[in-house]
Design a binder for this molecule. Structure first.
Ligand SMILES: [Ca+2]
Ligand SMILES: [Ca+2]
Ligand SMILES: [Ca+2]
Ligand SMILES: [Ca+2]
Length: 570
């Protein structure tokens, strides 16, 4: 779409100041009625008298986002119900280093950005060596997005980047989620589930721990807070540091649609990228829909997440790596029929070509995960994905997991599936050794699908390991695997046999003989929370500040349907 020019309002502001700000004759065809209010840098509501008195036009008193930086004021231009923001307002060659608020627009209006939005100063290695302080824990800029705001981007290379030490505060509500998507979706209304990667995605960079840095790099230097600088995958952004408790803001009731950007295989921007984001950040009720590459990926850091949804992801719904340690509760991954995608969970500590035992180690405690795979093979299906077969969880490359109260199943006919849970060693024995040593744990989980469980590339040091035997050992209580065709189908999710987007756990689970499958829930709230570096142990009893004692297996149930009402594609 054609974007109107943005107006550098410094001249206008000076004019307004000179004439006292009143009785100004603004041309409503080029300047929104509320510009006088914006130029005064005093927040004014559309109903305020100053707006009403300064505008005699019929243009609604809609305020597009505005900010003043280095003496210049920038504001989006109203175009119909939408606000347009050309490159002068925000782009990948401009960092917004002051606070910015994006309001909700009336009448379904959309904020349309011509380029990327870069919030805060990205202090890279060169700048940091030169003595530029790396902003810490809110010292940078804050982007605040109002509930109900819709933000659209144009190109795969356009993304929202939050620099280290800056914040995003995107607190939507169930009735008014905040939506990030593409012009094709929000403005043209023509996007389908096959439209992945229409724009880049969210990239939040933090000063948390990543095992791509060393202890020496994490230490303070003579002229800076640390010297850990990792370049993000996908599109430029620097992350890493020494504060795993940092806050990068909050994401509540946020929907990210049609995002992701693949530079080359193995170097991709995901829909939501947590790059060394600290545990002070709040992530609660966030969905990815039709993502290129992963829906959510955590690169180091310690940000927890609750009530997260990934639908129709091309690669992995939830991907953990680089020393991330954190907690996930109520997580739903659905691959609709025919829509290709790879793992529900793909997790490693140090990817290919890096030794698997690099510290800090990656460990995730997950409770109430539901994975609905669909048995689609790589490069097949109605919506093709090049990223792999439709698989449940893949645990590898030095990753440790705790999995509780979860369901991994398939919506294909007869619960036909690929593997539902796979361990493998790649460049060391750590992953499977951690499982056999009890660092990794699985309790109270149901795996239902013909693919069953698997173990691949087992290191010689772990010869004889099978995932099935591990799930049945004395530590890993109450796990049920149903895979034999004469035992399937089982009743697991409401309407699973007829609805490829089913996700609600049934009150009673049954096997092929209609016998009940009873899986006692595990009270994950009675565990001490995970923190670095003490993750190379079995779980320790305590009291969690994050987990609730679950009332059902899997992500959601009819008595706890937190998914309905704000998500899309289900
Ligand atoms: Ca990825
Ligand atoms: Ca993958
Ligand atoms: Ca991945
Ligand atoms: Ca590795």
């Amino acid at each position: 779409m054609k974007l109107k020019n943005v107006f550098a309002l410094n001249v206008l502001a000076a004019t307004l100041a000179a004439c006292g700000g009143g009785d100004v004759n603004l041309n409503p065809s080029v300047t929104p009625a509320s510009s006088a209010a914006a130029a005064s840098s005093t927040p004014v509501t559309p109903s305020s008298s100053s707006v009403a008195s300064s505008s005699s036009s019929s243009v609604a008193a809609v305020a597009c986002a505005t900010y003043t930086q280095a003496g210049q004021t920038f504001q989006g231009a109203l175009s119909g119900n939408n606000c347009s923001y050309p490159a002068a307002f925000a782009s990948n060659s401009k960092q917004i280093t002051v606070n910015l608020t994006i309001p909700e627009l009336p009448n379904g209006g959309v904020h349309v950005f011509e380029g990327s939005i870069f919030i805060g100063e990205d202090v890279d290695n060169n700048a940091a060596v030169g003595g530029k302080r790396i902003p810490q824990n809110g010292e940078g800029a804050t982007l605040t997005i109002a509930a109900g705001a819709k933000i659209a981007f144009q190109n795969g290379t356009d993304y929202l980047r939050i620099a280290r030490g800056s914040r995003i505060v995107a607190d939507g509500t169930k009735a008014k989620p905040i939506i990030f998507s593409a012009v094709k979706d929000l403005v043209q209304n023509t996007a389908t589930v096959a439209d992945r990667g229409l724009w880049g995605g969210l990239q939040i960079n933090g000063n948390g721990l990543t095992n791509k840095c060393t202890d020496a790099q994490r230490a303070a230097t003579s002229n800076n807070v640390h010297s850990c600088h990792v370049l993000s995958e996908g599109l430029p952004g620097t992350y890493g540091g020494n504060n795993n408790t940092e806050s990068s803001g909050s994401l509540k009731y946020v929907v990210v649609k049609h995002a992701g950007y693949k530079v080359v295989e193995g170097n991709e921007l995901n829909a939501v990228n947590f790059n060394a984001v600290g545990s002070g950040t709040v992530v609660d009720h966030v969905q990815s829909y039709a993502a290129q590459d992963d829906a959510f990926e955590w690169f180091g850091g310690a940000v927890n997440a609750k009530h997260i949804v990934a639908v129709a992801t091309s690669d992995d719904s939830f991907d953990f790596t680089e020393g991330y340690v954190g907690h996930i509760q109520y997580a739903l991954s659905v691959a609709p029929a025919g829509v290709g995608g790879n793992h529900c969970v793909e997790a490693d500590n140090a990817g290919t070509d890096r030794p698997d035992n690099i510290k800090p180690l990656t460990k995730v405690r997950i409770s109430n995960l539901t994975c609905v795979s669909n048995n689609v093979t790589r490069n097949t299906g109605t919506v093709i994905s090049p990223d792999g077969d439709s698989i449940g969880l893949l645990i590898r490359e030095g990753f440790f997991i705790e999995l509780y109260n979860s369901i991994v199943t398939s919506n294909d006919v007869g619960m036909a599936s690929k593997s539902l849970f796979i361990f493998h060693d790649t460049e060391g024995p750590e992953t499977i050794k951690a499982a056999t040593d009890g660092w990794s744990v699985a309790k109270s989980n149901l795996f239902a699908g013909t693919g069953g469980t698997a173990q691949t590339r087992v290191n010689a040091a772990n010869a004889g390991f099978t995932t099935a035997a591990w799930l049945a050992n004395a530590t890993n209580t109450n796990n049920v695997v149903v895979s034999a065709t004469n035992q399937l189908p089982v009743s697991v999710l409401k309407n699973l046999a007829t609805n490829d987007k089913a996700y609600l756990t049934l009150p009673t689970l049954t096997d092929a003989t209609s016998a009940a499958i009873n899986i006692a829930l595990f009270d994950v709230s009675k565990l001490a929370d995970l923190v670095q570096p003490n993750v190379n142990t079995a779980p320790v009893a305590g009291t969690s500040a994050f987990f609730a004692n679950p009332t059902h297996l899997g992500a959601a149930s009819e008595t706890n349907d937190w998914v309905a009402g704000w998500t899309v594609g289900l």
